[in-house]
Design a protein around this ligand. Structure first.
Ligand SMILES: Nc1nc2c(ncn2[C@@H]2O[C@H](COP(=O)(O)OP(=O)(O)O)[C@@H](O)[C@H]2O)c(=O)[nH]1
Ligand SMILES: [Mg+2]
Length: 567
């Protein structure tokens, strides 16, 4: 057994092969050791590698001896210190197939989870995990029992120093999140612990830090998740309200995937009918009326997709939030309403008309729905250039929002009619923006005579006093219900309505595309059966793009599996 080279004075190699296999790793380590600013994350931490006999008997040592990475270099070079002059050589990303990352937020907490995924996850286990088994004696290296949590010591693969006392679980691929071998280390969450364990993993030359979303990407590439489930998972992590959580959970669980698969399968079935017609010709081996049969099915499919598309953007709104614009004349209490909804002094409120000049947006949870509430400048004619820009912006915002709520000061807009009733008179600056679906909130009811409150004029949705709190609870309950109803989140019997299929603009674009191809198919005469088939193929592709499944070869399966040809 010979000690290798200068930097490698830290490492004793088991054989000549070991030295040569290890050389590139050590070289790059040497280079990065000389340059403390190096960005090379796989090697810059070698300074932690420990004393010279560190790797003996460790997973690293074993790995280097048996490495099949196919990188070699003359061990004599290594021994004579030539590596100091040789440029750094690091394994490429394609060679470093095993990725690792901290999967929980960094910082102090009870537990942190570090995940390792890839073909060499087991080697990392062998290098880092020591268990005590049943007894109490010294912790020893052991082979994992897959999918079982092991109480263990996590040790430095070189020095054997205990880094933390924790838990480890090994998921044998393909029964893992990424479909690869996965190792999860559950350690105490503290800066020093996390960085020491990550450093220890980085010493394995075949490991590299994971890119953003790379574990999920591998799950997608391994066929465990489709794109809608990937999006669902991301939305689930981002979910801030109950509605978002429920919707994302179902999408991540594969409900969108299954529903899209149904649509795509039906398209492929129609395509199979048309393809069969091309291949075999009607009347010979194929029954009559096949094209008509395909047309009828495409028509139904077309209607289903159109139904999904005319969903009022329900899914997208549930996911990203309802855009609510609060607007009205100056001094009506718009900013007071925003503060009331936010339960804090988010906007400046003063008796001075024109206090709010720009749009102020807050993300709030209203009855479990994500709502992005915008307070706007009071609408009035003004010579003040800043205020007039604010007024223009307010108008644009009202036009582009999903829901608009007009706040009016009751005593300014209620007028007594000749018959003695109270009528609502909208200011001319506000009236053009009030549509059939605009909600109207009468504020400052504390300034009204009680008779005016007895019967609200038609057009008014709610009446409150934000100063005294009168009517505000009823307003909140009713407003949340109105939002739920508008987006059909709650069915009439109180149960949740059909969940929307489209939750991302991307889905909508592909489905619109598919619809166009189906329409093109329906317009194609039976003589142009080849073109007709092409339209259906594109339609299937467009739907497949939503899930990330675009293999139209599926049509062959459908032809042979479900379609009975001739004899
Ligand atoms: N009397 C009374 N005053 C209110 C009520 N709500 C708000 N105000 C007052 O009306 C003024 C204008 O309120 P603000 O929210 O800034 O109105 P905005 O210009 O529409 O944003 C402030 O002095 C508020 O304190 C209310 O219900 N009753
Ligand atoms: Mg204001």
């Amino acid at each position: 057994m010979a000690a290798c080279g200068s930097l490698s004075s830290r490492i004793v190699c088991g054989s000549r092969t070991a030295c040569s296999t290890l050389t590139p790793f050590i070289r790059s380590a040497a280079a990065s050791h000389r340059n403390p600013d190096t960005k090379n994350s796989s090697t810059h931490r070698l300074a932690n590698a420990g004393p010279r006999r560190d790797l003996r008997g460790s997973g690293l040592h074993r790995l280097y001896r048996t490495s099949s990475l196919g990188i070699s270099g003359p061990s004599s070079d290594f021994a004579s210190g030539v590596e100091e002059k040789t440029p750094a050589l690091v394994l490429s990303d394609a060679q470093r197939r095993t990725i690792y990352a901290l999967s929980t937020p960094p910082g102090k907490a009870g537990v942190a989870v570090i995940r390792v995924s890839g073909p060499d996850a087991l080697e990392v286990w062998r290098g880092l995990v020591k268990t005590r088994g049943e007894g109490k004696g010294k912790a020893k290296a052991c082979e994992p029992e897959p999918w079982k949590m092991h109480r263990c010591e996590i040790v430095h693969p070189g020095s054997g120093d205990v880094l933390d006392d924790g838990l480890a679980v090994f998921f044998k691929g393909p029964r893992s999140f990424t479909t690869e071998d996965v190792l999860e280390l559950h350690v105490h969450s503290g800066r020093a612990i996390i960085s020491s364990v990550l450093n220890a993993i980085s010493l394995f030359p075949f490991c590299r830090p994971a890119e953003r979303g790379e574990f999920t990407r591998r799950a997608f590439e391994g066929g465990r998740l489709d794109l809608t489930q990937v999006e669902g998972l991301r939305d689930l992590i981002d979910a801030e309200t109950e509605t978002q959580r429920k919707l994302a959970l179902r999408t991540a669980g594969g409900s969108t995937r299954a529903r899209l698969e149904e649509l795509r399968n039906e398209t492929i079935q129609c395509l199979a009918l048309v393809e069969a017609l091309i291949d075999f010709g009607e009347g010979e081996e194929i029954e009559e009326g096949v094209f008509e049969q395909a047309r009828a099915r495409v028509l139904k499919l077309h209607d289903t997709i159109r139904h999904h598309l005319s969903d009022n953007r329900r899914g997208e709104i549930m996911r990203s939030g309802v855009r609510l614009a609060i607007f009205g004349p100056p001094n009506a209490g718009k900013s007071s309403l925003l503060n009331f909804l936010a339960q804090r002094e988010a906007a400046i409120v003063t008796p001075v008309p024109g206090t709010t000049r720009d749009i102020l947006e807050l993300s709030l949870d209203i009855g479990g729905l994500p709502v992005i509430v915008a307070d706007t400048a009071g609408l009035r004619k003004t010579d003040d250039i800043v205020e007039s820009i604010g007024v223009d912006r307010a108008k644009q915002l009202v036009e582009s929002s999903d829901v608009s709520l007009c706040v009016l000061s009751a005593s300014d807009v209620l007028v007594r009619s000749q018959g003695g009733d109270w009528d609502l008179r909208l200011p001319s600056t506000v009236a053009p923006l009030v549509k059939d679906d605009t909600f109207i909130l009468l504020n400052k009811t504390d300034l009204l005579p009680p008779s005016a409150l007895a019967q609200l004029p038609s057009g008014t949705t709610w009446a409150v006093s934000l100063s005294t709190g009168h009517g505000t609870q009823a307003f909140m309950d009713s407003f949340a219900r109105a939002l739920h109803n508008r987006y059909s989140l709650l069915a009439e019997n109180g149960l949740e309505a059909d969940e929307p299929l489209i939750t991302h603009a991307r889905h909508r674009a592909h489905l619109e595309n598919a619809l166009e191809f189906l329409e093109a198919f329906l317009e194609t005469p039976p003589e142009d059966v080849v073109f007709a088939a092409e339209e259906l193929r594109y339609a299937a592709q467009a739907i497949g793009k939503i899930s990330g499944v675009i293999d139209v070869e599926d049509v062959l399966d459908a032809v042979f599996r479900d379609f009975c040809i001739g004899k």
